[in-house]
Design a protein around this ligand. Structure first.
Ligand code: FPP
Length: 255
């Protein structure tokens, strides 16, 4: 295959990239540092990847910043992470506004400490009219809880007589999720080599492409991000169909 035809067969960039940012603790431990230093370095990577996503015109980036399960980590680590989040929101507001990035959150955000919750709400409100990109932070997030909460919200609507069980399908169910208007992630990146979803976007990840790198999150950077995106662009997404059907669909949409 010639170089030229190789380039023309590359798929478009993903519209939505989601990241399981893993390996901060190991990064710190390898340097005999407290775990929080790994998270601090990880926050720098967050900044670099948000900037790269915006530069590439990728409209949605979701970052798994704090899971529901993370509440059971040592109190010192949890409070250190909350401080980091607070600092990030404080420092990045101007950058988010300047780059027209809307900040959103998914998860049980009411569980966050009051000062973090208040600043998060304020940042979401101040950036709510930004349309170039959405940065979605998963905070106190769990995929199973999200699905259960969505089912409860639907059941309540049924009990009020506003909806009926037969109204439910994949499309209507989405509207009960934390951010039902956001398209499913095309690509999920996980750093630090673990090969699992860890309760992340369980409903939305049904057809996502997975990219796993051994690189620890604090060492992840724009170059590694581009590598993940290029890997994605070389893949064939079949959504349960055959290669022939996909080819037919592509050629008929081109003509
Ligand atoms: C997992 O690494 C990472 C986390 C639990 C927290 C992620 C947080 C950040 C990257 C920084 C703060 C976020 C923002 C948005 C400013 P781990 O601690 O489980 O690593 P390990 O598996 O090596 O122990």
């Amino acid at each position: 295959m010639s170089k030229k035809s190789n380039i023309t067969t590359l798929k478009p960039l993903p519209r939505h990239v989601a990241v399981i940012m893993d390996g901060n603790g190991r990064w710190a431990q390898r340097r005999y540092m407290p775990r929080i230093m790994g998270h601090r370095q990880g926050a720098k990577t967050v900044k670099e990847i948000v900037t790269a996503t915006r530069e590439l015109n990728i409209p949605y980036l979701t970052l798994y910043a704090f899971s529901k399960e993370n509440w059971s980590r040592p109190a010192e680590e949890v409070s250190g992470l909350m401080d980091l989040l607070y600092e990030y929101l404080q420092k990045e507001l101007d950058e988010l506004l300047g780059k027209r990035i809307r900040l959103r959150a998914i998860g049980e955000i009411e569980a966050l400490p009051d000062r973090v919750y208040d600043l998060l709400m304020e940042t979401m409100e101040k950036t709510s009219r930004n349309y170039e990109m959405q940065l979605i932070l998963a905070l106190s997030y769990g995929g199973r809880s999200e699905i259960i909460e969505a089912a409860k919200r639907f059941a309540k609507r049924c009990m009020k007589g506003e909806m009926y069980p037969d109204d439910l399908d994949e499309g209507s169910f989405r509207s009960f999720l934390y951010a039902g208007d956001v398209p499913d992630p095309d690509l999920i990146i996980r750093t630090s080599g673990e090969k699992r979803l860890s309760n992340f976007l369980l409903f939305q990840a049904a057809y996502s492409e997975l990219y796993i790198t051994p690189t620890l999150w604090p060492d992840f950077n724009k170059k590694e991000f581009m590598k993940a995106l290029n890997d994605y662009r070389c893949r064939e997404r079949r959504f349960g169909m055959t290669s022939e059907q996909i080819l037919l669909r592509c050629t008929s949409s081109e003509s």
